[in-house]
Design a protein around this ligand. Structure first.
Ligand code: PHE
Length: 456
């Protein structure tokens, strides 16, 4: 039915069940697992943060992911058109799609920058220039990369061009092909690094930190951060999953695919934690280093261990692979919109998106040099884009998608779509999912957001 699906609409689409899984997982897995998850877990108390994050993933993340893929597949269009077409007359749900495109740009602005550092570290790792056991020297090396405007912008542009080239090949020949090759590589690399980390003397302390919760460390802001991470991790609340859903085949079992993606993503985050924390503890580094954990602590940790250079380069290759799948899905949100609603060719749409990201991303890339003193709400451009997307746009978008699915789209259509019109016998699961999406998830997201806005 590959011919059928593509032929009917003349639209490119994923061609295999495994391809849909790989692309969706490719979107979810990214710097979120390797950069955000470990650094946020490290600076928010370890296992207790992991526990809240898990709860957010299951109760909020999974139902929203399923709804988004379902809505996208129903209309088979970009996020804005999908929501516009499904809106009852006079209701402006298309705005949720617009906010998704805005969020995609916000994320791309800082994501391409961090990905640029990762690519840079592959080369710097090969030459050995960032590998030192002295954390002071390691942080000076990192600072010299991010505070040099030429390097910061240069690596960002490198990444943007790299991703754009894959995007111009389209869905089946670009995104699907690339992610199907990359995901197994990523998994293997991660296992190799975990094996190295776990065999270091003193590794147990890292595992203990990751898996023994101290519930007194859970506060309102910890919950907000864990929820923001769940949204960011699963690429939800901003139209990515809707856009990918629009390339899904009608015969695909959406809840099963989404369930597998969420589980695999979680396993990868945990493996990243297992790769990082035992090594950090074994060599006595600080787990709460925050975002610099990946670029300062990790190279220093690697430099301390036997065969460190080899594993360090492997580690940054792994991070580069992961970030590529995620960036492809971020690009696809505006590209699909520009192609379909603005009648651009795929090339023109990709170039427009790339140029906009270069332009808007520059202030973020320069956050450690030229724009470092520009603070908006007390945040640099880099942190602002990160905060606005993860803690505002995505939860707000997710909340509205819950309300739309639960209260506007409605249970009958929800059931029809997710059972593939009665072909899959999963009614009990669909019923509980609908209950979550209609009442539980929106309430939780709303409470956490109101708490952030200091309403109570
Ligand atoms: N999920 C990706 C990650 O963890 C980031 C992402 C967010 C990708 C939103 C697409 C959309 O790195």
């Amino acid at each position: 039915d590959k011919q059928q699906n593509a032929g009917r609409s003349g639209r490119d689409a994923f061609t295999s069940s495994l391809g849909m899984l790989a692309a969706t997982l490719g979107s979810a897995v990214g710097l979120g697992n390797i950069w955000k998850f470990p650094s946020m877990t490290g600076s928010n108390g370890g296992a207790s943060f992991l526990f809240v994050y898990l709860a957010c993933t299951v109760v909020v993340g999974l139902p929203i992911m399923i709804s988004e893929i379902m809505l996208g597949r129903k209309v088979k269009a970009n996020a804005i058109t999908t929501l516009r077409k499904l809106s009852p007359k006079g209701q402006p749900w298309g705005i949720v799609g617009v906010s998704g495109v805005v969020a995609a740009f916000l994320i791309l602005c800082f994501y391409t920058e961090v990905a640029g550092w990762v690519f840079a570290y592959i080369f710097k790792g090969l030459s050995g220039s960032v590998l030192t056991t002295d954390p002071k020297v390691a942080s000076a090396a990192f600072a010299s990369l991010i505070s040099d405007p030429m390097q910061a912008i240069g690596w960002q542009w490198f990444v943007i061009v790299f991703v754009s080239i894959i995007i111009t090949f389209g869905i089946s020949k670009g995104i699907e092909k690339v992610t199907m090759r990359l995901m197994p590589i990523l998994f293997l690399l991660l296992l190799v690094i975990c094996a190295r980390s776990l065999t270091l003397p003193g590794a147990e302390k890292g595992l203990e930190f990751l898996f023994t919760p101290d519930f007194s460390k859970i506060t309102g802001s910890v919950i907000l951060m864990a929820m923001g991470l769940a949204f960011f991790k699963l690429s939800i609340g901003m139209g990515t999953m809707m856009t990918y859903g629009s390339y899904f085949r009608d015969s695909q079992n959406i809840p099963l695919t989404a369930g597998r993606v969420v589980l695999a993503d979680l396993v990868i985050s945990l493996l990243a934690g297992i790769a990082i924390f035992p090594a950090v503890f074994a060599y006595g580094f600080d787990v709460s280093a925050g975002p610099s954990l990946l670029f300062i602590t990790i190279p220093a940790v690697f430099a301390s261990m036997p065969m460190g250079q080899f594993f360090a380069v492997l580690f940054f290759v792994l991070a580069a692979v992961a970030s590529t799948g995620a960036m492809l899905s971020l690009f696809e949100v505006p590209v699909a919109y520009l192609c379909e609603a603005r009648q651009m060719s795929r090339k023109a749409a990709t170039m427009t998106t790339a140029l906009l990201v270069m332009l808007l991303g520059a202030p973020a890339a320069l956050s450690s040099s030229m724009t470092k003193d520009v603070k908006i709400f007390g945040l640099t451009f880099f942190d602002l884009f990160d905060f606005l997307s993860s803690n505002l746009c995505m939860p707000a978008g997710g909340l509205l998608i819950c309300i739309f699915t639960g209260w506007v789209f409605g249970k009958d259509k929800f059931k029809a779509e997710l059972t593939n019109h009665g072909l899959i016998k999963n009614e009990a699961i669909i019923d509980s999912l609908f209950f979550l999406i209609k009442y539980v998830s929106p309430l939780l997201v709303a409470v956490v957001m109101l708490n952030m806005l200091k309403v109570f």
